[in-house]
Design a protein around this ligand. Structure first.
Ligand code: GH3
Ligand code: MG
Ligand code: MG
Length: 302
């Protein structure tokens, strides 16, 4: 969760900040066409920025037709320049092969491999609005966690990253125990509050780079980059105990909420994302069978 989430509330500024927000200009590079997991990705250009496929680039894409360090943006006297970095397939500016260092104007289109970038000089308000739209497309409104669509693009990405660099990562599948009873006893509104409560506890048990999503109704999925089976189990256990230890108090009701968690680890348990979800799900199901309010990881029977 690297960027703070921009909600409609955040962009509703007072008069003075609105004036400033219109007056101030910010330079952005945004991917307007490319691979699904790159689309909509953007970066504020405030320093020299190398764009390419390598993780050492400042703006990393997943386009296999781009060079590892494909082109560079640099700033001089308030202007932004673009130059190709001896890439294999060249860089195109407004569909013409780029030669030398060229100044960029707002609206310019840069093409590298199969990826199309747009350079934009935006007002600060526009840039907030873009963040808001991105957030709306990738988040679940009720819990403010990521949505299932975003989760799937990220787990695919995590698998290819871990495969390429020989890394491990883990997945937690979380489901609220006896949630139907909460709805049936107290009504859907209280049920919704319980969902937000669990989402909040999940956020409090993970780190900045972990990706927590609402996977379905009362089910959550969390990607823990670089976490092995043991540390993922510990994160799950921390989550479970955080939820258990606080009673949810709403007006005149007090509710005990618990969760069950299934843990699966790449590559120990599976070598593709679909099987990894299946295994975590199976363990979650086992946690339910064994009496709920527990975490089941690698040592559980499959
Ligand atoms: P288990 O411990 O086995 O998970 O039992 P459960 O009752 O939690 O599981 P079940 O799948 O039977 O019920 C899930 C319930 O979650 C049913 C559905 O009405 C409720 N639910 C799903 N999404 C929402 C939502 O957005 N808001 C509310 N209030 N309830 C929801
Ligand atoms: Mg469920
Ligand atoms: Mg449930």
């Amino acid at each position: 969760m690297k960027d703070p989430k921009i909600t409609a509330k955040t962009i509703f500024l007072d008069d003075e900040s609105t004036e400033k927000g219109i007056a101030k200009r910010v330079n952005y590079l945004i991917i307007i066409f490319g691979r699904e997991d790159d689309l909509g990705k953007e970066m504020e250009i405030i320093r020299d920025t190398i764009v390419g496929r390598s993780l050492k680039s400042d703006f990393v894409t997943s386009d296999p037709l781009m060079s590892r360090q494909h082109f560079k943006l640099s700033i001089k006297d308030g202007k932004v320049y673009v130059e190709d970095l001896n890439s294999l397939n060249g860089t195109f500016l407004n569909q013409k092969l780029l030669k030398g260092k060229t100044v960029l104007n707002s609206g310019d289109i840069i093409t590298a491999g199969r990826t199309v970038f747009k350079f934009e000089c935006r007002t600060e308000l526009e840039s907030l609005f873009h963040k808001y739209l991105y957030n709306a497309a990738t988040s679940d409104r009720m819990t403010n966690l990521f949505n299932k669509y975003y989760f799937i693009t990220q787990i695919k990405r995590e698998v290819s990253y871990a495969k390429r660099y020989g890394k491990t990562f883990s997945l937690l599948m979380v489901d609220i125990d006896d949630f139907k009873k909460v709805n049936d006893t107290y009504g859907h509104q209280v049920g919704d509050e319980a969902l937000k409560f669990v989402a909040f506890k999940i956020m409090n048990s993970i780190r900045e780079n972990d990706i927590a999503a609402r996977y379905g109704g009362e089910e959550f999925a969390i990607i823990l980059p670089e976490a092995d089976a043991k540390s993922a189990y510990m994160v799950g256990e921390r989550m479970r105990s955080l939820v258990e230890s606080e009673i949810l108090e709403l007006d005149d009701v007090k509710i005990d909420i618990t969760i069950s968690v299934g843990v699966a680890t790449f590559p120990d348990d599976a070598s593709d994302w679909e099987s990894l979800i299946k295994i975590a799900d199976k363990r979650l199901y086992l946690a339910k069978e064994l009496g709920k309010n527990r975490v089941i990881g690698q040592n559980a029977p499959r």
